[in-house]
Ligand binder design. Structure first.
Ligand code: UD1
Length: 421
């Protein structure tokens, strides 16, 4: 298995292009199930999760053609030839659950493996099922699978989510586009990926309004048609690389980044003494102080501070000039990077969903292990500022969500390489 080796090497300077968003792409691809014509996605990120979603859709009968090294994807689902999303794929990628709503809407029949537990908590799918039940689907859970059915078309309905869920909002939104009548979904997620999904569906002929607010209204249509859609920039990749010069020092321009998609995160960085400048090409980040100031952070649904940047900012706060408090409110058990950062000399106390991080003068390189996607990149970031060598194993977590990390960081002068093993 590959490893990534990072050596702290002082400040970094350069430009990093931001790829299309993994989480947007993973919800745009299943849209293809809703339509017999071709959906063309551009600016797709080249990631193992995207290849996995291609594999899942192919197994259901979708023709998937990749061009431009995977940045352009053509998806055509003339017929659904298989109604089962198998355990082997779903257990590796939770976003597989996003085929459930579209399959029910098109076929009235879907069998999807239960995703099961995952490293960052229990992550149930009850909200997905409740929302689809409101639209007329029925479910039976048997042998580790969700058996979903509906007689005739799904029916438009009003549904208020008991708590905000990105994936459940996406599943319900996709399903409602082909339902009979009007659906009003409230307490929905407002993430930029939801807006991107709605905009793609609208290009295909769906009638949707309210995306980006608490309530989305969908007037069901009989069918959707072909469209071309460019995947939005990855706000989590953007936030991650914004932290590279914060941790290592120096100045980096993030090409394609906008403040609007990471505004809560930008505010926190500025509070800590970091300068962020908007340019016509993206965002320039420079650290003005020798050590950043400590921060208090609470993770929340968008537009709050994203849980997917919590591990990375923790890495930065490990060398802040005081005590920071990070409260994780989205996922339980999402501090698995803390013990690894402690191995690098960080001082972190975790109690339940709260981590207290006491800044230290310097981190020390160490062998560390990736436990999940965002945790793995936080260890690379920490390695940029650590004395000596940090060797990250279980790099497959990283490859799910970051394309060419070592190329992007080494182009700015960081000492980082992938070692095949
Ligand atoms: C998505 C993102 C993930 C991000 C998360 C929160 C994708 C592919 N993944 O995940 O990177 O960290 O949003 O921003 O887009 N919940 C339930 N029942 C459900 C569904 C969710 O209780 O049926 C809970 C979850 O356990 C969690 C919270 O709701 O505590 C939010 O999860 P959700 O927004 O659904 O996250 P995902 O869509 O899985």
């Amino acid at each position: 298995m590959d490893k990534i080796v990072v050596k702290g090497n002082g400040p970094i300077y350069g430009k990093i292009p931001i790829a299309g968003a993994k989480n947007a792409c993973l919800t745009l691809m299943p849209v293809s199930i809703l339509c017999e014509d071709t959906l063309k996605l551009t600016n797709a990120p080249r990631l193992s999760d995207v290849r996995m979603m291609s594999g899942l859709l192919s197994s259901l009968g979708c023709e998937v053609i990749s061009e431009d090294e995977g940045k352009t994807i053509y998806l055509t689902t003339k017929n659904i030839t298989n109604h089962t999303a198998a355990y082997d794929i779903v257990r590796k990628m939770r976003a597989s659950i996003l085929v459930l709503g579209p399959m029910l809407a098109r076929e009235g029949n879907a069998i999807v493996s239960l995703p099961g537990g995952c490293a960052i908590g229990a992550r149930p799918v009850d909200l997905h099922l409740k929302a689809l039940e409101a639209l007329g689907a029925t479910f039976e859970l048997k042998d580790g699978y969700i058996f979903g059915k509906c007689s005739g078309r799904l029916k438009g309905a009003e549904f208020k989510f008991p708590m905000v869920s990105v994936g459940a909002t996406e599943n319900a939104l996709m399903a409602a586009t082909l339902a009979e009548g009007t659906s009003v979904l409230s307490n929905v997620a407002k993430e930029p990926e939801i807006i991107d999904l709605a905009e793609c569906l609208i290009k295909m002929g769906a009638q949707i309004s309210g995306q980006g607010s608490d309530t989305i209204t969908i007037i069901g249509v009989d069918s959707l048609n072909s469209a071309e859609h460019s995947v939005i920039a990855d706000r989590i990749e953007l936030g991650t690389y914004m932290l590279a010069p914060v941790i290592a020092g120096g100045e980096v321009e993030l090409l394609g980044g906008t403040r609007q998609i990471v505004s809560a995160f930008c505010q926190k960085l500025e509070d800590s003494g970091v300068e962020i400048e908007e340019t016509k090409n993206g965002l320039i980040v420079r650290r003005l102080v020798s050590r950043i100031k400590p921060l208090n952070i609470v993770t929340e649904p968008f537009p709050g501070f994203p849980t997917d940047l919590q591990a990375q900012i923790m890495a930065a706060l490990c060398t802040a000039s005081g005590i920071s408090v990070l409260e994780e409110r989205i996922f339980e058990n999402r501090f698995m990077h803390a013990p690894e950062l402690i191995r690098m000399g960080a001082k972190i106390d975790v109690h339940g969903g709260v981590a207290k991080v006491t800044g230290v003068d310097v981190l020390k390189g160490a062998p560390v292990m990736a436990t999940d996607l965002r945790a793995s990149v936080s260890l690379i970031l920490a390695g940029l500022a650590a004395q000596g060598e940090t060797v990250l194993s279980r790099v497959y977590h990283l490859d799910r969500g970051y394309e060419r990390v070592e190329e992007k960081l080494s182009s700015c002068g960081a000492l980082i390489e992938r070692v095949s093993g």
